[in-house]
Design a protein around this ligand. Structure first.
Ligand code: ADP
Ligand code: TRP
Length: 336
């Protein structure tokens, strides 16, 4: 019998997730949790690089945790925890830094992008505005993954390099200390194809950074307004329309049943269905899909909910594993 494989992923705590995150990350991760050993954590120390307002960070942490639980994460099955609750991660990051070439970090995409922005803006010091948290980001991420001895890391394609770096760093460690202890070399699991990349309300990829996203748990009236604001052309109601170039249709197709989607496609192609009708349908489908989860979300973010207990229980389980790994690593390097 094959040994159980460990799946681990980290989620930055920077604002309420949107329906693109749901389709691209949350839903597949919850499906994986039904079959595998899973650890999902809130990368709150990673978020500290960008979120510098303590109140916002505090509320984002709760919001992201509540989102996962409201979407169906079973905390008995999946270990859900805050990165910051597992201090062994930072100990391992320090050890990994001692075997990581600075040149590797120099080539990291996020760091290079920051330098490119300075260059384009004519700033003489290309490192201006770059803090060490950003520079060290890939090492901390490697520690997150290796400390749980993860085999698979489901992430978006933008994270490919981070996973390669983690595998590289694990390889260096194993080469040096492998007689005593070796990390499993983790593999990335990436979403297939473009089909699951949701467009935002302006037609570009939905992303918090483009401010074109539909947050998961908007109050009903706000959700309705946002859906109505999706730009559409001025094709008259009677005219036939192309569903495949329509943002509201593409969004509908992700959440409606196959029959519903096919029927709506027909109505658009035949003419007689206006963009307004389509947006009403989209609103209804989103509201039906996320309404019950929104209720659970509201309960969970309340100050006296069981959210903190769930995170604490997750942290205790995660720490047990982290401590075991760090003990082996310390012994391997000679600090025991
Ligand atoms: P954002 O671009 O809004 O900041 P992140 O980069 O934090 O989102 O992505 C978190 C997760 O959600 C990743 O796994 C990513 O692949 C997925 N994701 C983000 N945007 C979309 C989208 N528009 N469609 C599908 N999946 C997405
Ligand atoms: N860098 C990831 C992102 O921006 C978040 C993250 C931090 C992560 N540590 C991780 C993802 C470990 C997977 C495994 O989305």
């Amino acid at each position: 019998m094959a040994a159980t494989k460990t799946y681990l992923t980290g989620i930055q705590t920077s604002g309420m997730p949107h329906i693109g995150n749901y389709i691209g990350a949350i839903k597949p991760a919850l499906a994986a949790a039904r079959e595998h050993d899973t650890l999902y954590f809130l990368a709150d120390y990673h978020s500290l690089n960008s979120v510098k307002e303590p109140e916002k960070l505090r509320s984002d942490i709760r919001s992201v945790a509540a989102t996962w639980l409201a979407c169906g994460l079973d905390p008995e099955r999946t270990i859900l925890y805050r990165q910051s609750s597992v201090p062994e991660v930072f100990e391992l990051a320090t050890i990994l830094a001692t075997i990581t070439a600075k040149g590797l970090m120099n080539r990291a995409h996020a760091y290079k992008a920051a330098r490119d922005r300075n260059e384009a803006a004519g700033v003489a010091d290309l490192d201006a505005g770059v803090n060490m948290g950003l520079f060290n980001y890939p090492i901390l991420m490697a520690a997150d993954i290796l400390i749980m001895e993860a085999d698979y890391v489901p992430v978006g394609r933008d994270q490919v390099q981070h996973i390669e770096y983690t595998a590289d760093i694990a390889g260096s460690f194993n080469h040096l200390y492998g007689d005593s202890y070796s990390f499993p070399i983790p593999k990335g699991v990436f979403p297939e194809g473009e089909a699951s990349v949701l467009p935002g309300v302006d037609g570009r990829k939905m992303s918090k950074s483009y401010d074109n996203h539909i947050p998961l748990f908007l109050p009903e009236n706000k959700l309705k307004k946002l859906v109505r604001r999706i730009p559409t052309d001025s094709t008259p109601v009677e005219a036939p329309k192309d569903p495949d170039t329509s943002v509201p249709f593409q969004l509908l197709a992700q959440f409606a049943t196959e029959e519903h989607t096919a029927a709506t496609r027909k109505r658009l192609e035949a003419g007689g269905m206006g963009w307004g009708d389509l947006k009403n349908e989209l609103f209804e489908v989103l509201n039906t899909t996320f309404g019950p989860m929104r209720e659970r979300y509201e309960e969970l973010i309340a100050p006296d909910s069981d959210l903190d207990d769930i995170l604490e229980a997750g942290a205790a389980r995660a720490r047990e594993r982290a401590k075991a790994t760090v003990a082996k690593v310390r012994a391997a390097v000679g600090i025991d």
